[in-house]
Design a protein around this ligand. Structure first.
Ligand code: SF4
Length: 355
């Protein structure tokens, strides 16, 4: 087996409340490269194509790849694989941050969740050991608040992936959020996690990831840095402007969804562009584990209406909360990212019979 695999997966039976460690299938690991390939192989071998996305028979797999946790650009990523409630077919939603590498450092390449817990729970993983603990007190919390609460219980040194109220109440495009600001955002994988009464996964690992030939690996990683630096998108556009680099580009090409996609051009696109962020609210850039592209943004609103600091926005935020709504007020868009839409608060635990 490729040395960079840890060679172990964690199987969590949410109905029985058990966590078991299994050896990774070596033949599959060699033949289905990466978290997407190997996770999809496990999923298609274990789950019938007839399964309903929201049924307990659907499984949810969190899968890293052999490069996850090693240095090198964009290597700190993982996949969330399940049957999608949004599309009705297999979903493979990808996210970066620091949670994926921490899972490898804790000794696991993959977690397979099966069944459905009777009550809200979250999974604690620490250096090869795992247990399910109650999460009734977390149910109904935003993803930000959930991470804060778990970190206070977990001595502050874990990396967390979790769902917010959207995943709990069954929004078909709900995300799984990790490290507060990174999203497995496609295909509604957060809705499946919520249907299993699984609120979060908190991981702490103190191990490492080995590579077969460290010298050759270092040379290959440095080569890849060179390729990325020479490319105008990964070497200039994304580092300088983040994914918001796309606002002006898409607008110029008639592809910026505007006023509920009635138009592909927004006359005030420049006000919500990556360039406008640099001139105004940008404070610093941020990267996922080991990535030199650093497309993340940390922004500060000085406008007294919405003063505050936080992460974002991404291109998707800018078109969805900006152009698509006909809004060109950057501080107002940033404030919405921090605090979410105005939704009525209610106790989601009632939906799942948790209280
Ligand atoms: S910093 Fe940006 S480019 Fe690098 S891994 Fe994270 S999301 Fe991808």
């Amino acid at each position: 087996m490729n040395k960079a695999w840890q060679g172990k997966l964690l199987r969590v039976d949410l109905a029985a409340g058990t966590c078991n460690v299994e050896a990774l299938n070596e033949e599959w690991a060699n033949n289905y490269i990466g978290g997407r390939g190997l996770g999809s192989k496990y999923f298609t071998e274990e789950v019938s194509p007839e399964v309903e996305p929201m049924s307990p028979e659907n499984k949810l797999i969190m899968a890293t790849g052999p490069l996850t946790g090693t240095y090198g650009a964009a290597n700190g990523r993982y996949m969330v694989i399940t049957k999608s409630p949004l599309t009705g077919t297999i979903a493979c939603s990808n996210s970066g941050g620091y949670f994926p590498s921490e899972l490898k450092y804790a000794g696991f390449d993959m977690i397979i969740f099966e069944g459905k817990s009777e009550h809200p729970v979250y999974l604690q993983v620490r250096d090869g050991k795992a247990e399910l603990v109650g999460a009734v007190h977390l149910w109904g919390m935003s993803s930000n608040d959930t991470e804060e609460a778990i970190l206070s219980e977990f001595h502050g040194d874990a990396k967390v992936a979790c769902i917010g109220p959207a995943g709990e109440i069954g929004v078909h495009f709900a995300c799984v959020i990790n490290d507060k600001h990174r999203a497995a955002g496609r295909s509604g994988v957060g809705m499946v996690m919520g249907s299993k009464n699984l609120k979060a996964v908190a991981v702490r690992g103190t191990g490492g990831v080995q590579v077969a030939d460290p010298k050759a690996y270092r040379e290959a990683a440095l080569d890849s840095y060179g390729v990325l630096k020479e490319n105008p998108v990964t070497g200039e556009g994304l580092p300088a402007l983040g994914t918001a680099v796309l606002v002006n580009v898409m607008n110029q090409n008639g592809g910026l969804p505007t006023r509920n996609a009635q138009s592909g051009t927004f006359d005030k696109a420049e006000d919500i562009s990556g360039e406008a962020l640099v001139a105004g609210e940008l404070r610093r850039v941020k990267s996922c584990m080991g990535c030199i592209i650093s497309c993340g943004r940390v922004t500060k609103i000085t406008d007294p209406r919405y003063a505050g600091e936080g992460e974002g926005p991404e291109y998707e935020t800018l078109w969805a909360l900006g152009a698509a709504c006909g809004i060109s007020d950057m501080p107002a868009i940033l404030q919405r990212i921090r605090h979410g839409p105005h939704l009525p608060r209610f106790d989601n635990r009632l939906c799942h019979g948790a209280v």
